[in-house]
Design a protein around this ligand. Structure first.
Ligand code: PGA
Length: 257
């Protein structure tokens, strides 16, 4: 049994005061949820403030990106060591980073490696674009992203693989568009492409223990449908994680799944 996992990706939203307010609303609402791993990923500038509010709660903290070197002359970058002071998780290879900031399978792989080497739990994002989907290339693209993102990682996973890595299947055409994939469509890619690739690469036990989330227009009113599918272990939530009442609904749907 894989524990449900719901992560909120705030993207480039909220200043420190707004971030504190949102977390102060979430903490009491989610306090009683003890069967879901809940993670918030605010912008770097709010990590410290949010981490103080989350101290001693059942909600974990993640970043949205990082560089792979530990320190040095890399102006503007944030290292895994810096994040590990506040966070347990880090989102790697989000489609917005691949599309707007030229992230490649190679840089994504370097970041996943650096996260694992520095006690951070990577949430590796994969997913095809609208054009790739239309051209019937979903399997090819997602297989490549999983294979290359996880290149040469053997030995870096803790005994319980599921606690060291999470994958988020986020079809790019479903992100921020209000047009979510169907639960069956997402489950098909998760089971036949992502888990099959994981299994070939790292073995069946590994593949079965890793949590695979769905992301792309998950809302309070469609979350339960995704979570009732046994292949979908939770969600990476963008827009709906910015409002406490919406995010709470999604976490509660996961808790009841
Ligand atoms: P969305 O974003 O929920 O706003 O579609 C999901 C994501 O980008 O992780």
């Amino acid at each position: 049994m894989r524990t449900p996992f719901v992560a909120g990706n705030w993207k480039m939203n909220k200043n420190v005061a707004e971030a504190r307010n949102l977390v102060n609303e979430l903490v009491p609402e989610l306090r009683a949820v003890d069967n879901v791993d809940i993670v918030l990923c605010p912008p770097f500038t709010s990590l410290m403030a949010v981490s103080a509010v989350l101290e001693g709660t059942n909600i974990g903290l993640g970043a949205q990106n990082m560089y792979w070197e530990k320190s040095g002359a890399y102006t503007g970058e944030i290292s895994p060591l810096m994040l590990a002071e506040f966070c347990e998780y880090v989102i790697i290879g989000h489609s917005e980073r691949r599309a707007y900031f030229d992230e490649t399978d190679k840089s994504v792989n370097q970041k996943v490696k650096a996260a694992l080497n520095n006690n951070l739990h990577p949430i590796l994002c994969v997913g095809e674009t609208f054009e790739e989907n239309e051209a019937g290339r979903t399997e090819e693209i997602v297989t490549r992203q999983v294979q290359k993102g996880l290149l040469d990682l053997e030995g870096l996973f803790s005994e319980n693989a599921g606690s060291s890595l999470t994958i988020a299947y986020e079809p790019v055409w479903a992100i921020g568009t209000g047009k979510a994939a169907t639960a069956d469509g997402a489950s098909d890619v998760i089971s036949n492409v992502i888990r099959t690739t994981l299994s070939k690469k790292l073995g069946d036990d590994f593949s079965q223990s890793v949590r695979v989330l769905y992301g792309g227009s998950v809302k309070g009113n469609n979350a339960a449908e995704f979570f009732s599918n046994e292949e979908i272990d939770g969600a990476l939530v963008g827009g709906a994680s910015l409002k406490a009442s919406d995010f709470v609904l999604i976490v509660k749907a996961a808790s009841m799944s």
